[in-house]
Design a binder for this molecule. Sequence first.
Ligand code: HEB
Length: 727
Amino acid sequence: GFNEPGMGRAGVPQGEAAPRSVQDWWPNVVDLSRLRQNEYNPDPNGAEFDYAGEFAKLDLKAVKADIDAALTDSQSWWPADYGNYAGLFIRLAWHSAGTYRSGDGRGGSDGGQIRFEPLNSWPDNGNLDKARRVLWPVKQKYGASLSWSDLIILSGNVALENTGLKTYGFAGGRVDAWEPELVYWGPEAKFLTSERNAEGEDLDNPLGATEMGLIYVNPEGPEGNPDILKSAQQIRTTFARMGMDDEETAALIVGGHTIGKMHGAHKAAGCIGKEPAAEGVEAQGLGWKNSCGTGAGPDAITSGLEGAWTATPVTWSSNYLDNLYAFEWKLTTSPAGAKQWEPENADQVTFVPDAHDAETFHPPVMLTTDLALRYDPAYGEITSRWVKNPAEMDEAFARAWFKLTHRDMGPKMRYVGAEVPAEDLIWQDPLPRADYAMIEAGDVAALKDSIRQTGLSGSELVRTAWASAVTFRDTDMRGGANGARIRLAPQKDWGVNDPETIAKVVTALEGVQAGFNARSGAKQVSIADLVVLGGAVAIEDAAKAAGHSVNVPFTPGRVDATDAHTDAASFELLRPAADGFRNFYSPRARRSPSEMLIDQADTLTLSVPEMTVLVAGMRALDANAGQAKHGVFTDRPGTLSNDFFVNLLDMGNEWKPAATEGLYEGRDRTSGAMKWTATEVDLVFGSNSELRAVAEVYAFEGGEDKFVADFVTAWNKVMMLDRFDLR
Ligand code: HEB
């Protein structure tokens, strides 16, 4: 029977009979599992489920009232400090959003990844499992119409409003994920360690935190060292990785620590159990079980730091900055032994209420990171201004909080609900609204002819269309062809885009545009649409040259942004460090060429076959950056043939590394004659067993039809990735 002694936990130790992944054995074999995640939909609501539509139907006021009621409905299994979960909910929202990093757009609240490992069990997320259990009745009531990711952020807003802050707005539309996203969170194999050069400016990109398992920085100071000015430097570096300037950073910390308290009633050792992922089934997903005292409330242990910053931990006030500047701070330790700061005359300034006993009062406390906001000259300049003008701070916080919690949702078109602010913000990468009539399907044929008459080559058109679309990343929904930012700084000057080609193509397309607009009356065509249509023209012609008649789908409606719509510094973050589809690789790439290809394919939401046909098609179309010949395994470049696959899999070729690092030479096995050159990105489709299996399908005799059809579908998918206006 299944409950015989010796079965289950006491029998086979967990993990011992588990299958090993290929990468466990051979770490250098590229891992395609992230692309496999793009191939299926794990959402139990089904792939057709329209979350945004469901959210839009909610009565947002009623939802907020339910959250507001939960705030003060203290639960015996996790009593609310001061009878109000405001601090806990705000910290939940902040930690859910705060993993966002602008370098690759990963992290952030969208998807609700904080529900899953590893984030669910990160040391910095201690006891946030309780926060979500407090919110479960609200989630249960609204079900699929209110995603966890929206609920978590909305709860932060409702909590802030409950304390008295006027928030800037809220948008729903975050779609929940159903499994952990595979994200590189750092090189360390142990929590709360750092091998990422955290001191100074050189925190390894794209990481956003100084230690494994932290959202940003160590509260006690760099690796526990209470050095206020060094701590300020770490705060500046990590918050900049999230796209926050000094003022936004200071506002977030000041505002956040106006509310709530820290928890370090006892030393964790001997009191605190394992994190959720390491617990037994009986813990039901909760972690950090506390066996000391009542295990919660006055005995709670989270960070090991203890105390509150203000006299008003559940009411919005300017008391944080008042305190920061009113006292000289001396280093002390919490009951749990962590380094924190208290006023020099601590025993005379006990005005901070106890969280569970109305008769008891404490001195305020500060973290090393809090003191950075006063003693760092740049932060000090900002916060001392706010001490005199708290309303300015409230406004700065409300805006920075909105940015923090909405930054990874992408363009405003994705925002849903009654509280979406009217104002356009530059970090949303705004697009102008068209004040003219759009072109229609009937205009397309004539426009295609005009593009053909420019005499632009297929390679020029394809490279330009690809360059304009490929900046898209689904991690934070930025980039893409809409807006035609390909013709603006900084994109127009990126080496990978062959600036001269882009300038030539854009000038020629502007001619097409002028001609069309002059003829068509009220209707106008955007450069953004012409760039994409140019790619379609080139592909149709190249397919025809290979004997295939195809129609590349084209959906007009894109608009052209201007420099005023474009934060150039922020767009610089979208510059590809590598683009395997164009056989481009730069020293900024942090992984091997094939790993970079897979990373890019992932942000383009491609499946393994889609990535495969796109690489092969781009080679056939002669669309490498700088028109390099590597991987162009064909004697008829510019023709949409399956020659890439046929020649790659041909046993008549023998491949060897070339003298130049990163390049390979393919020679005729018998004659020794040099036939092709290639990069790792080309050869991986023949060397990796999973990719070779897919390549074979397109090299089959008669496989070219399928190749052309699949290439066109994948190409169109990439061109359409940013068309949120159509959804
Ligand atoms: Fe914070 C809390 C740190 C930022 C909001 N913080 C907390 C704590 C700590 C921290 C340690 C305690 C925890 C416990 O419970 O024990 N922070 C920190 C740091 C930073 C921060 C280091 C950076 C510098 N915060 C922040 C921000 C925000 C916040 C930004 C928002 C906005 N926090 C918060 C809150 C709290 C905290 C609300 C409270 C919680 C409760 O009450 O529970």
